[in-house]
Design a protein around this ligand. Structure first.
Ligand SMILES: *Cc1c(COP(=O)(O)O)cnc(C)c1O
Length: 392
């Protein structure tokens, strides 16, 4: 049997060893890393709400009125007025009958997928879907069929060829793919779902608050909100708070309350987090929210066009997630280290998060970055990219 020390040594020798970096201060455009100010280009705080005064005030007031902990799981005594208010607000925002809050996106996906399908059912899942969807699929014991990324012809063939007697078919996809920043083909998926009588679930972790005219997410952007049976999304990224939700019909939500184990067997979210999420929804749904989205879009365009003009491969990014293709794990981590020396904090992404040979820097834009900082980051990436001979 290999020892843990041997396993860790193997990870190190393959350039796959991971460790955490401690940042000081809030998730704004500049943070302190080892006491030094650097530009932050790897946070999912897309709208800059994580330290917004309105969210902070809402959280503090909720602590004053309702305390710090929620005390129990939702089906025991852990359903507070704030849970119900937030769920009603999310359902109204998403245009669904009902919504259910989960403790995180990871808990939501494992809970939802393992609840709505089981033995005898089949899950059709994009190969680049988030790990939490894959884990939910494994927990469900349903047959798990993965289709090549965004390949609708292949998905159709799999739907035709996969026998399902009496069982459910679930098509599940990220709305925005978290490591590539491209979009799912939702109109085509909606048509396939109707043709084959399948359920469609969309994970909008990176679209909620950001995409669509009013920030309602990728389904709004694609004009197919009514076709998605389960809209899952998170509250810890663009929403600046924490937690996740499922928005769906009253029937599906009741079913999740009875069957989603990550919902049933876990202490519920605390008041401060719920109140911050409510304040975030108010912001996103207001003219201030539209302004933040416009600022994020400006920063994204400036950043992406600068890198593309310099010859970088941004891997089909269509959103504020901008990968910079590198290839090998060692070189990717070297790129990230050199960038940090230049004062830009970006994480390198390696297997198992992405397939071997497709390592990349995963850069993310935020509404609270200044134009000067974006320009400076682009210059630093170009300079290091030339040094490493990734571009000429
Ligand atoms: C981040 C993410 C999750 C997990 O959400 P958490 O709230 O961070 O647990 C789920 N799905 C996708 C696509 C994500 O990017």
């Amino acid at each position: 049997m290999r020892t843990f020390a041997e396993e860790l040594a193997a990870l190190r020798s393959e350039g796959l060893f991971r460790s955490m970096r401690v940042v000081e201060g809030s998730q704004s455009g500049r943070i302190l890393l080892d006491g030094r100010e650097v530009l932050l280009f790897c946070s999912n705080n897309y709208l800059g709400l994580a330290d917004h005064p309105k969210l902070k005030k809402a959280a503090i007031m909720a602590v004053e009125s309702s305390g710090v902990g929620s005390g129990a799981s939702r089906l025991v005594s852990g359903t507070m007025e704030l849970h119900e208010a937030l769920e009603n607000r999310i359902a109204a925002f998403k245009g669904t009958d009902a919504a259910l809050v989960f403790n995180s996106g990871y808990a939501a996906n494992t809970g939802i997928v393992s609840a709505i399908v089981g033995r005898g059912d089949v899950i059709f899942s994009d190969r680049l879907n988030h790990a939490s969807i894959v884990d939910g699929a494994l927990l469900s014991r349903a047959r798990f069929v993965r289709y090549p990324h965004n390949d609708m012809t292949a998905l159709r063939r799999l739907l035709e060829d996969t026998e399902v007697e009496n069982g459910r078919r679930l098509i599940v996809t990220d709305g925005v793919f978290s490591m590539d920043g491209d979009l799912a083909k939702l109109p085509e998926l909606a048509a396939l779902k109707r043709e084959f009588g399948a359920l469609l679930m969309v994970d909008d972790a990176h679209g909620m608050g950001v995409l669509g005219e009013t920030g309602r997410g990728c389904a709004e952007l694609c004009g197919i909100m009514a076709d998605v049976d389960i809209q899952m999304g998170t509250l810890g990224k663009a929403m600046g708070s924490f937690g996740a939700y499922a928005a769906a019909s009253g029937e599906i939500i009741d079913y999740l309350v009875n069957r989603a184990r990550s919902f049933i067997f876990s202490t519920s979210l605390p008041p401060a987090v719920l109140a911050a999420s409510m304040a975030a929804l108010d912001m996103v749904d207001s003219p201030d929210g539209a302004e933040l989205r416009a600022s994020l879009a400006r920063n994204t365009l400036l950043f992406k066009s600068g890198l593309q003009a310099a010859g970088f491969d941004t891997m089909g990014s269509e959103t504020q997630i901008v990968p910079v293709y590198v290839g090998g794990a060692e070189q990717t981590m070297e790129f990230s280290r050199l960038l940090l020396a230049e004062g830009v904090f970006v994480q390198g992404i390696r297997p198992p998060t992405v397939p071997a040979g497709s390592c990349r820097l995963r850069c993310t834009l935020m509404a609270n970055q200044s134009e000067d900082d974006v320009v400076q980051a682009v210059a630093a990436i170009i300079s290091v990219g030339k040094r490493l001979r990734i571009i000429e």
